[in-house]
Ligand binder design. Structure first.
Ligand SMILES: Cc1ncc(COP(=O)(O)O)c(C=O)c1O
Length: 481
C-alpha cells in the first residue's frame, strides 16, 4: 500500500496526490453521512435530513410555470427548435450579448435598481466556484495571500487555493461583537501576515455572509474600501446571496453602491456572482466575474474558455432574465418565502431555547449551541456534531469547518427542503432538547446518554431552556418571528 502511494506520488502531480481539495472536512463528511442514509418521508423516515446544503428550492414552482409558458426559451422544444443550429455552434468566450445584457439587468434589479452594471464587464465562469479561482489567478501569484474574515464558506479553501497556490489568511471576527468585520481585525491580520513575510494581494468578503446570514452595513463597507485602498490591495466581493435578503429595512448594500459614494481606485474592485443561490440554479453553473479593472476583465474572459456556461443555458437564462415582470415577481416572492421559512425555523428553535444570530439574508441560520458543549473547545463541538449527525440525524455543519473562532456554532440550511421535512427536522431537535433535559433533571446532573457523552449541569440546562438570551458572552439575539 505504502509502495503504491509512493509510486502514485512519482507518477502523478502534486495536485493529484495532495489533499488540496479539502474533502476531508466535517463539512463534506456531513454530506457523505446524508448520502449514505438520506431521509425520505415514506421510504426512509429515520434517515438523515440534509441541512448542510445551501440550496434555494423555495421558488422552483415559479420557474417551472415560466418554462411552461415560454417553451420557445429552450432550443429543445418544438417552439424553440428554430434557434437550435445557431445556439448549438456558439462557443465565443465573450458570451451571447443577450445573456450578458440580461445578467447585467438582473444584477441591477437584485440590488434595488440603485446601481447599474456594464454588460461588457460581465465575464462568465463555471459557477462562483470557477469565478473565484479565475479572479485569484488574475490577481495573485502562488504564495501570495488573500485576507478572509471568519467565519467563511469552506469552499474558499478549495476554490481560491487548490490549483492557484494562493493562500488564505483569516481575519479573526468573533461572537463578541456579532462577527463584525472591524478595521482592528483587518489590521491585525494584515500585520501578522507581513510579519510572516506573506504578501497580501487582496481581501475577500462575502456579502451577505455565508454562514452568518447577515449583510454588511454602509459604514463597514466604507471602512473596508478605505482599508484596501490604503494598502493598495484588491477587494473581491462575493455577492452570491444578494437576492436572498428578506428585509426591506435596512436594504442590502452592494459594493457597487459604495464605490459610487467614496473616492477609491476602482481597479481594485471585483464582484463575484452566480445564479446558484438567488435563482436556485446551482446545476446551471452560471458564474459571473464583474471587475472594474479592464485588464482583469480581459484576462478573465480569456480564461473563461476553461469554464464556459453552455450556450444552451445562456440562451435560456437570457430569455428568462429579460422577462422583467417575471424577474420582479420572482425576486419579491422568493424573499417573502425565505422570510417565512426563516421565521418558522427560528421560532421552532426558540421554543426549545435555541438561539441564532439575528439574520435577514441567506439560506441558513447560524445556530448557537455553545451551552451544550462539555467544554468550550473545538473537540467538544465535534463531539456534539457527531451526536447531531448520528443520533438526531440532521446534517448541520459545525462552525469549525467555517473557521469560526468560537466553538458551539452550527450552520443550519433551511431552504433546501419542503415544509413537511422542515417540521420533521424541528421535531427532532425538540425531542433531542427535551430528552436531554429529562435525562439530567432526575439525576441532578446533566448527561445526554452515556454513549453520546454530552454533558451540562441541570441548572445550566434549565437556565438555557428558559433564557431569552442564550449566551452571556455572545450577543446573539434569540430567534424571533
Ligand atoms: C459564498 C459562496 N461563494 C461561492 C459558492 C459557490 O457557488 P457556485 O455553486 O455558483 O459555484 C458558494 C456555494 O455555496 C457560496 O456559499
Amino acid at each position: 500500500m505504502v509502495m503504491m502511494m509512493n509510486n502514485q506520488e512519482e507518477l502523478l502531480s502534486k495536485i493529484a496526490t495532495g489533499n488540496g481539495h479539502g474533502e476531508n472536512s466535517p463539512y463534506f463528511d456531513g454530506w457523505k453521512a446524508y448520502e449514505s442514509d438520506p431521509y425520505h418521508h415514506t421510504e426512509n423516515p429515520q434517515g438523515v435530513i440534509q441541512m448542510g446544503l445551501a440550496e434555494n428550492l423555495l421558488c422552483h414552482d415559479a420557474v417551472e410555470e415560466w418554462l411552461i409558458n415560454n417553451p420557445e426559451a429552450s432550443i429543445c422544444t418544438a417552439e424553440g427548435l428554430n434557434e437550435f443550429r445557431d445556439i448549438a455552434i456558439f462557443q465565443d468566450y465573450h458570451g451571447l450579448p443577450k445573456f450578458r445584457n440580461a445578467v447585467a439587468n438582473f444584477m441591477r434589479k437584485v440590488r434595488g435598481n440603485k446601481v447599474t452594471f456594464d454588460p461588457d464587464r460581465i465575464v462568465m465562469s463555471g459557477g462562483a466556484t470557477g469565478a473565484h479561482e479565475t479572479v485569484a489567478f488574475c490577481l495573485a501569484n502562488p504564495g501570495d495571500a488573500f485576507l478572509v474574515p471568519t467565519p467563511y464558506y469552506p469552499g474558499f479553501d478549495r476554490d481560491l487555493r487548490w490549483r492557484t497556490g494562493v493562500q488564505l489568511v483569516p481575519v479573526v471576527c468573533d461572537s463578541s461583537n456579532n462577527f463584525k468585520v472591524t478595521i482592528e481585525a483587518l489590521e491585525a491580520a494584515y500585520g501578522k501576515a507581513q510579519e510572516s513575510n506573506i504578501r497580501i494581494k487582496g481581501l475577500l468578503i462575502t456579502n451577505p455572509s455565508n454562514p452568518l446570514g447577515t449583510f454588511l452595513d454602509r459604514e463597514t463597507l466604507r471602512n473596508i474600501v478605505s482599508f484596501i485602498n490604503e494598502k493598495n490591495i484588491h477587494l473581491v466581493c462575493d455577492e452570491i446571496y444578494a437576492a436572498t435578503v428578506f428585509t426591506d429595512e435596512p436594504s442590502f448594500i452592494s459594493i457597487a453602491e459604495i464605490i459610487e459614494e467614496i473616492e477609491c481606485n476602482r481597479n481594485l474592485i471585483h464582484i463575484v456572482y452566480s445564479l446558484s443561490k438567488d435563482m436556485g440554479f446551482p446545476g446551471f453553473r452560471v458564474g459571473i466575474i464583474y471587475s472594474y479593472n479592464d485588464a482583469v476583465v480581459s484576462c478573465a474572459r480569456k480564461m473563461s474558455s476553461f469554464g464556459l456556461v453552455s450556450s444552451q443555458t445562456q440562451h435560456l437564462i437570457a430569455k428568462m432574465l429579460s422577462d422583467d415582470e417575471f424577474v420582479e415577481k420572482f425576486i419579491s416572492e422568493s424573499a417573502r418565502r425565505l422570510a417565512e421559512r426563516h421565521n418558522a425555523f427560528t421560532w421552532g428553535l426558540s421554543q426549545v431555547g435555541i438561539g441564532c444570530l439575528k439574520s435577514n439574508a441567506g439560506l441558513f441560520l447560524w445556530m448557537d449551541l455553545h451551552h451544550l458543549l462539555k467544554e468550550q473547545t473545538c473537540e467538544a463541538e465535534m463531539e456534539l456534531w457527531r451526536v447531531i449527525i448520528n443520533e438526531v440525524k440532521l446534517n448541520v455543519s459545525p462552525g469549525s469547518s467555517f473557521h469560526c473562532p468560537n466553538p458551539g456554532w452550527f450552520r443550519v440550511c433551511f431552504a433546501n427542503m419542503d415544509d413537511q421535512t422542515m417540521e420533521v427536522a424541528i421535531s427532532r431537535i425538540r425531542t433531542f432538547m427535551l430528552k436531554n433535559k429529562e435525562a439530567k433533571v432526575p439525576k441532578k446532573k446533566l448527561c445526554w446518554q452515556s454513549s453520546l457523552r454530552l454533558s451540562m449541569s441541570s441548572r445550566r440546562m434549565d437556565d438555557f431552556l428558559a433564557s431569552p438570551c442564550m449566551s452571556p458572552q455572545s450577543p446573539l439575539v434569540r430567534a424571533r418571528t
